[in-house]
Design a protein around this ligand. Structure first.
Ligand SMILES: CC(C)(COP(=O)(O)OP(=O)(O)OC[C@H]1O[C@@H](n2cnc3c(N)ncnc32)[C@H](O)[C@@H]1OP(=O)(O)O)[C@@H](O)C(=O)NCCC(=O)NCCS
Length: 389
């Protein structure tokens, strides 16, 4: 048996790094037991209730809420960055075609973001000062809705819709998706959803962004990695699945048998459970309120499903405290606002890109690379390498 010399300086941590503190942050925090989360010193839900998306973006990347003058200036600055460089715009039809008709635009966006970073001359965060890093995050985040909506439309045989500088971030996003200026109630509902999902602790995509930032790579590289992590169904890929669940259940009388059968078979009910919250997810509460503002049979059915599933999970998974997470009502709200299901996770990305930005900036200011170790559990080494046949 070989001796692992590095083991003398290692320590074990829980699976999935649960509960392990790996950084100090001023970006925000999630208090799972209280059901509370915040961006810097403000309740995220209060920000979503009272502020514009651009103001919260400013808070995240500049560290403070802007005054009225600064708010208008930042909104204008970001709106002016929505257009795409020619070299990126001409690549989008090929990316959409490669992904196939009707595809979710997230995969194409990863590639397009890489191109955008190159076209805009992004340099390794290690090599540039804090102002330039911040500028690069703003340039990238401002272009994300344009990339997503253009790829979505191209994948359906439609021409991209040019961004409008006179519309706020959320309204412009919906406009670029449909080509029609959204009604204010829907635009505000999506804006509130976007604000509420900007950041949420050291989730997998944020951690990924920070790991890449810790290597000194450029902002586009950090964001592309983060988008990849977000796309997984255990992270950002669930809202359309939560709606699929509502569709599959169909009617109130089928809730009970449908859910029991799945949970007893070891399956997870999408839109329920959270790695950190052990009480109601505050985002879910806010989004339920927004859904109820619209009302209608779909919303009533979702509320009914929530009530039943919580009771069944409490019975079948006692002590686990499984409630709706952000994705359950996010799906309902996005559907009410006319967003197609393939755009649910991309829309999440259009918000989270701001949280990733703040985390990348914070990580880039720290020169320590994130580099844990793994326990080797394979066959004992070294074994003589067999001669090539
Ligand atoms: C989000 C999630 C990955 C968090 O997982 P986690 O905190 O690591 O929880 P665990 O995987 O340790 O699960 C603990 C127990 O609860 C069960 N559980 C967790 N979420 C469940 C769900 N949605 N439906 C049914 N059972 C669930 C697990 O099966 C496990 O049961 P066991 O102890 O009998 O094995 C998990 O709740 C999940 O898969 N939810 C569905 C997907 C989803 O909605 N994702 C969006 C997240 S915002």
């Amino acid at each position: 048996m070989s001796v692992n010399l590095s083991s003398a300086s290692t320590m074990d941590v829980p699976r999935g790094l649960a509960g392990v503190v790996v950084a100090d942050t001023e970006v925000g925090d999630v208090r799972g037991r209280e059901g509370f989360y915040h961006y810097r010193q403000y309740s995220a839900v209060d920000l979503a209730r009272t502020r514009r998306f651009e103001d919260v973006w400013h808070l995240l990347v500049h560290g403070e809420l802007p005054d009225a003058r600064r708010s208008a200036a930042f909104a204008a600055e970001t709106a002016a960055l929505r257009g795409l460089p020619e070299g990126v715009a001409v690549a989008l039809p090929a990316l959409a075609a490669a992904a196939g008709a009707g595809a979710n635009p997230l995969a194409g966006m990863r590639t397009a973001l890489s191109l955008l970073g190159a076209a805009k001359g992004f340099r390794p965060v290690y090599d540039v000062d804090a102002d330039r890093r911040r500028e690069d995050t703003v340039v990238a985040a401002a272009a994300v809705p344009t990339l997503l909506t253009a790829l979505y439309r191209l994948g359906r045989g439609l021409a991209p819709v040019e961004p409008r500088e006179d519309l706020p971030y959320a309204a412009n996003y919906l406009y670029m998706l449909t080509g029609v200026e959204p009604d204010p109630e829907r635009a505000r509902a999506i804006e509130q959803y976007l604000i509420s999902t900007i950041d949420h602790g050291f989730n997998a995509s944020t951690f990924t962004a920070r790991v890449i930032a810790s290597t000194g790579a450029d902002v586009a590289a950090c964001l592309v990695g983060a988008v990849g992590a977000l796309s997984g169904p255990l992270h950002g890929g669930a809202p359309s699945r939560a709606l699929d669940t509502l569709d599959a259940i169909g009617t109130p009388d089928r809730i009970d048998p449908w859910i029991r059968e799945r949970v007893l078979a070891g399956e997870r009910v999408m839109g329920f459970g959270h790695a950190v919250y052990r009480t109601e997810d505050p985002r879910s509460r806010m989004l339920r309120e927004i859904a109820r503002r619209f009302g209608g049979p779909r919303v009533e059915f979702a509320v009914e499903v929530e009530r039943h599933v919580e009771a069944i999970l409490a019975e079948l998974k006692p002590g686990r405290e499984l409630h709706t997470n952000v994705e359950f009502y996010a799906g309902v709200v996005m559907e009410l606002c006319g967003l197609p299901r393939e755009m649910f996770t991309p829309t999440f990305a259009a918000a989270r890109v701001v949280g990733w930005s703040a985390n990348i900036l914070e990580q880039a200011a720290d020169s320590k690379i994130i580099r844990p170790v793994a326990r080797y559990v394979g066959p004992g080494a070294p074994v003589e390498v067999p001669a090539a046949a």
